[in-house]
Design a protein around this ligand. Sequence first.
Ligand SMILES: *[C@@H]1O[C@H](CO)[C@@H](O)[C@H](O)[C@H]1NC(C)=O
Length: 207
Amino acid sequence: MMPFSAILLALLPCAMGEGQAGTLYCFACVTPNTYEVGMIAAMARLGVGLFECNGYDIISNTTADQLFVNYPDVAGMLKDKVHVINKNLYVPMVRGPAGHDSSSPQTDPNSPLYEGKKAIMKHLVNAPVFKDVWQSIFDIGAFGNFDYTCKLDVDAVIVPKRLSGMLSARPGDEEEYFLNAYHDMYGNFLHGPVELISKKGMTLDDH
Ligand SMILES: *[C@@H]1O[C@H](CO)[C@@H](O)[C@H](O)[C@H]1NC(C)=O
């Protein structure tokens, strides 16, 4: 017969764990004076998408008051949630290196499927902006309270409960990064409207 304490321990994960695993910390970078502002304001009012995550923050290059100047209720609601990076958020679009994307032979001059220069992928040069955005997320540090950190494009609307449900079955204590799409419908590759990293992945010493 099992000792009483062992039975209790066996029951514990069910009793406590239900609905708790796979918690999500979400963030998005919002550019002022673009459609993103109205979109994030609408989601905030409805409490959907990013705002349904267990925790969330917003990064911009201006304060909540200025970002949501046309949505004073939202400005108030998100007063402490908008974190400012000192950066221009528009970035240029450039041509990617020819043939670089092995998943797209139409961009590879050495492939019989090559479609010429028009097929060459274009990239938004947004790494310098997102380097600062991620640094801000590390500085805020709230990600440490959740199982997964999720970067969202403003127009990537997720259903956090569904995603948490899927993630709750995962080991939970591993370094996990979920690979971006190879390319999107426009041919941009490594497009990451949703980027997901486990807590252990976030706390790697050598990131
Ligand atoms: C924020 O970024 C936008 C887009 O690059 C730029 O037009 C604007 O001047 C920036 N605002 C501040 C306060 O830096």
